[in-house]
Design a protein around this ligand. Structure first.
Ligand code: KG4
Ligand code: ZN
Length: 340
C-alpha cells in the first residue's frame, strides 16, 4: 500500500445532490455530482423522491469518481460521509453505503458534518490556493443555512450568528417562485440581476438583533409587492423582471454585508471565508470583494464547484479527521440535525 499518500472516498447525500469525490491528501482527483432534476417539477425538494434518486445514483456516482481518479477501491484509506444535517432519508443512503463499503474494505469510516464541510472547503488543494489563516469568520449561506461561524482551528468552530427562520437560499428561491421562475431560482435571479437596476425597487431589511438573520418576512414582502404591482399592471413582472431580480439580490446582499460588518466589529477578525450554494452569487461575491478593499479585510471565496453541495468538501474534512485518527464507529448513524 502507498504510505505517502492518503486516498479518501467521500460521499455527500444530504439533500438533492448525490455526490462522490476522491482526494489524494488534500488534492481532489475526482468530484462527481449527480443533481436530481425530478424536484424541478415540484418547485422544491421532495424528500421521498430524493431518497429514491440517491439510491439509484450512488453506485454509478462512486464508480465514476473512482474511474476519474484512476484508482481502485482497494487503494482507498478511508471513507468519509455526511452524517448531517440534512434530510434523513437522503442521509441514510450515504451512511449505509459508506458503512458497508468501509466494512468490506476494512478501512476507517469518517463521519463529517455538512456545515463543517462548507467551511473547510477553503482548504481543498491547499498548496495551489491562498488558504484562510486562523482565526477567520466563516459565512455559510445556502438553501438550508445562514450562519456566521468563528473558526479558530480546523475543528474549533463556534456559531456566533444564524437565521431564526428561513435560510437566505430560500429567500432567493421563494422570491424566484413568486416571479414564476423555476426551482431553484437563486441562479436565475443572479443571471437576470446582472441586467437590471439594483436600486429600482426597495425591499425593507428585517430588524433582527445581534448577528442573527431573518428571511421569512423578506419573501412575504416580495410576494405582496408583486401582487400589488400585478393588480395595477398584469404584465408588471415580465416588463420589470431584470430590475426586480437586481433589487432582490441587492437587498439580500446588503443584509449579509451589514451582519458581516457587525461580526468583524464584534470579534476583531478581518479574515472572511464564504461557503454554501448562495456564495456562488455574483452580487454577494462582488460585494465582498469591494468590502475587502474598502475595509482592508481578507476575503476568501471558494472555487465555484466547491460552493454548492459537493463531496470534495466532505473529503477534506474526512482527510483531516483521518490524520487525527478520529474514526467513526460502525454503529454510527445519520442525524438530521447536528451541532458542532
Ligand atoms: O449549498 P447548497 O447547494 O445546498 C444546501 O445545502 O442548501 O445551496 C443551494 C442554494 C439554493 O437555494 C440555490 O438557489 C442557491 O444555493 N444558489 C444561488 C446561486 N447558486 C445557487 N443563489 C443565488 N445566486 C446563485 N448564483
Ligand atoms: Zn450545503
Amino acid at each position: 500500500m502507498d504510505t505517502q499518500n492518503v486516498y479518501i472516498l467521500a460521499i455527500e447525500s444530504s439533500c438533492d445532490d448525490t455526490a462522490a469525490a476522491i482526494l489524494k491528501n488534500d488534492v481532489v482527483l475526482a468530484n462527481v455530482v449527480a443533481t436530481q432534476k425530478i424536484h424541478e417539477e415540484y418547485g422544491g425538494v421532495v424528500p421521498e423522491l430524493a431518497s429514491r434518486a440517491h439510491q439509484q445514483h450512488i453506485v454509478p456516482v462512486v464508480d465514476q469518481a473512482l474511474k476519474k481518479a484512476g484508482i481502485t477501491k482497494e487503494q482507498l484509506h478511508g471513507i468519509a460521509f455526511t452524517k448531517g444535517p440534512g434530510l434523513m432519508g437522503s442521509l441514510l443512503v450515504g451512511v449505509s453505503f459508506a458503512k458497508s463499503l468501509a466494512m468490506s474494505l476494512n478501512i476507517p469510516l469518517l463521519d463529517v458534518d455538512h456545515m463543517q464541510g462548507h467551511l473547510l472547503a477553503h482548504f481543498i488543494d491547499g498548496a495551489s490556493i491562498q488558504k484562510p489563516t486562523f482565526p477567520f469568520l466563516g459565512i455559510t449561506i445556502s438553501g438550508g443555512h445562514t450562519q456566521i461561524v468563528k473558526i479558530t482551528d480546523h475543528f474549533e468552530m463556534e456559531v456566533i450568528g444564524q437565521t431564526i427562520d428561513d435560510a437566505i437560499g430560500e429567500a432567493f428561491d421563494k422570491s424566484a417562485k413568486t416571479l414564476g421562475l423555476p426551482y431553484p431560482g437563486g441562479p436565475l435571479i443572479d443571471k437576470y440581476a446582472q441586467l437590471g437596476n439594483p436600486k429600482a425597487f426597495v425591499f425593507s431589511k428585517p430588524r433582527v438583533a445581534d448577528l442573527n438573520f431573518s428571511f421569512s418576512g423578506f419573501k412575504t414582502a416580495v410576494l405582496y409587492f408583486v401582487q400589488k404591482q400585478t393588480k395595477e399592471n398584469p404584465n408588471f413582472v415580465q416588463e420589470n423582471l431584470y430590475d426586480i431580480c437586481a433589487s432582490i439580490q441587492y437587498s439580500l446582499t446588503e443584509i449579509i454585508l451589514d451582519k458581516v460588518k457587525k461580526a468583524v466589529k464584534q470579534t476583531g477578525i478581518t479574515t472572511i471565508a464564504i461557503g454554501g450554494g448562495v456564495s456562488a452569487n455574483s452580487g454577494i461575491r462582488n460585494m465582498l470583494l469591494s468590502a475587502e478593499k474598502k475595509y482592508n479585510w481578507q476575503v476568501h471565496i471558494p472555487k465555484f464547484e466547491y460552493t454548492t453541495d459537493n463531496a470534495a468538501m466532505i473529503g477534506i474534512v474526512g482527510y483531516f479527521k483521518y490524520l487525527k485518527k478520529e474514526y467513526a464507529d460502525l454503529s454510527i448513524t445519520a442525524s438530521a440535525r447536528t451541532k458542532f
